[in-house]
Design a protein. Sequence first.
Length: 122
Amino acid sequence: MAYEIRLTDKAAQVVREAFAAENVDPAQSYLRVGAHPGGCSGYKFDMDYADATQVSDADEVFESNGVKVAVSREMLNDVLGSLEIDFQTGNMVERGFKFRQVLEGGMCGCGESFTPIKQRKA
């Protein structure tokens, strides 16, 4: 199955604004999406900047709403699966990036962590 990472218009806008605020050249930079162990369901999402030297053949690269996205192929296929990343505005508690796994079933009740897709396939 081919997985993908998509950013909503709002999330892409916030990423572009963050690149500009940090003087990051969007032509030479990527949004690195991944996950690390933690939370009540096993993994938590994470994001960071990556420049072109930090992207390798071991990564999948996507472009979504004008933002280049890099994710480790292993992380994509074994842990994340397809994702939609949105940015929610609202009160201070609810504000921020929100991740939605396209293949449902692995998120915890609070939405802060998830079960890797490899474990759900087993």
